[in-house]
Design a protein around this ligand. Structure first.
Ligand SMILES: Nc1ncnc2c1ncn2[C@@H]1O[C@H](COP(=O)(O)OP(=O)(O)O)[C@@H](O)[C@H]1O
Ligand SMILES: [Mg+2]
Length: 288
C-alpha cells in the first residue's frame, strides 16, 4: 500500500483573491513508514494533508492510492476506508457522552455491525493505550488533554486505516503526553501502518520519520531521510527551523573536542556514542 503525491499544486480562491498554497509538491508514503512534513506556519502543510485524504482536489497534479488516481470513483470509496485523518487538536471534535461511543462513531457510521464496532473500539483503545475497562464508560470531557487526544485518535484508528494522516499530533501536549504519543505512533508504524505527520518537533522527526519533506511558502525546500536533512542544518536554520536536541548537544561536545560521529539524532544514539568513547571498566570521562 502506498500513497503518492505527484506534482501537486493548490490555489485557494475566494472573493478576497487567490492564494497559491502549494506548488509542485511530490512525495510518497509506504506502509510501515513515517513521512514527516515540516515547515513554518502558512507553508502549506495542512493543505497537503487535505489533498492526500481527498478533502480538497488539486489545482494541478495527482494523488495516487496504490497507483490509482483518488479522484476516480472506485478508488474514492477505498480512500475513505484506507486513509484516516486526524485534524489538528482533534479533541475539540469529541462530542459523545462516553469514550466508547465517541471512539466507535466513525466505525458505526461506516455501517459496521455492532459487535464489530465494539471489537474495533476495544482494539483501538488498546492501541492508544487507554484501558477499555477503565475508560469506556467515562465522559470524554472528564479526561486530561493527553487522554482526550488519544480518544480522538482511537476514533480514527477504529476505522482501521492503512495510512494515517496526522496534523501536529503532539501539539500542546505536556512532556509526558508527548512521550506517550511518540510511543503510540512508533507502534503504529511497526504494525505496518503508513503515517504522514505534520510536526514542529525536530525530536519527533528524528525519532519517528523515515523521510522528511521540508516546505517553505508552498514549495519544497528539500526532501530526504532525517540523517540527510539534519546533516544540512544550515539549510534548516536559514528558514528558522532547528535540529534535534541530541544533535545540538553533540555539536557542542564536538566543539569541546569529543570525537563524536555525525548523525546523532536521538538522545539514545548520543548516549550510545558517549558510552562507546568511555573505556570499559574505567568509568573514564575523557576529561569532561
Ligand atoms: N481555507 C482557506 N482559504 C484561503 N486561504 C487558505 C485557507 N487555508 C489555508 N490558506 C492559506 O494557504 C496557505 C497554506 O496554509 P496551510 O496549509 O494551513 O499551512 P500550514 O498548515 O503549513 O500552516 C497559507 O497562506 C494560508 O493562509
Ligand atoms: Mg497547519
Amino acid at each position: 500500500m502506498s500513497l503518492v503525491c505527484e506534482h501537486l499544486s493548490y490555489t485557494y480562491s475566494s472573493h478576497e483573491g487567490r492564494i497559491e498554497a502549494l506548488r509542485d509538491i511530490s512525495c510518497t508514503v509506504n506502509e510501515g513508514e513515517c513521512l514527516a512534513i515540516i515547515g513554518h506556519t502558512g507553508s502549506g502543510k495542512s493543505t497537503l494533508l487535505q489533498l492526500m485524504c481527498g478533502l480538497i482536489s488539486p489545482t494541478a497534479g495527482r494523488v495516487l492510492l496504490d497507483g490509482e488516481d483518488i479522484t476516480s470513483k472506485s478508488v474514492r470509496r477505498r480512500l475513505h476506508t484506507e486513509v484516516g485523518m486526524a485534524f489538528q487538536y482533534p479533541e475539540y471534535q469529541l462530542f459523545a457522552p462516553t469514550v466508547a461511543e465517541d471512539v466507535g462513531f466513525a466505525a458505526r457510521n461506516a455501517g459496521l455491525p455492532a459487535e464489530e464496532v465494539t471489537r474495533r473500539v476495544r482494539l483501538a483503545m488498546e492501541r492508544v493505550r487507554l484501558d477499555y475497562e477503565r475508560y469506556a464508560s467515562l465522559s470524554p470531557f472528564e479526561l486530561s488533554g493527553g487522554e482526550k487526544r488519544r480518544v480522538a485518535l482511537a476514533g480514527v484508528i477504529a476505522t482501521e486505516p492503512r495510512i494515517l494522516l496526522l496534523d501536529e499530533p503532539a501539539a500542546g501536549l505536556d512532556p509526558a503526553g508527548r512521550r506517550e504519543m511518540d510511543a503510540i505512533l512508533k507502534r503504529f508504524t511497526q504494525s505496518g501502518m503508513g503515517i504522514v505527520m505534520v510536526t514542529h518537533s525536530m525530536n519527533d522527526v528524528a525519532r519517528l520519520a523515515q523521510r522528511v519533506l521540508v516546505l517553505k511558502d508552498g514549495s519544497e525546500v528539500e526532501q530526504g531521510t532525517p540523517l540527510e536533512i539534519f546533516a544540512r542544518a544550515e539549510d534548516l536554520r536559514a528558514i528558522n527551523l532547528g535540529v534535534p536536541q541530541a544533535e545540538e548537544y553533540a555539536a557542542t561536545l564536538r566543539e569541546a573536542g569529543l570525537p563524536l560521529p555525525a548523525g546523532l539524532l536521538t538522545l539514545e544514539s548520543l548516549a550510545d556514542a558517549l558510552a562507546a568513547l568511555t573505556p570499559v571498566g574505567e568509568g573514564g570521562t575523557h576529561g569532561l
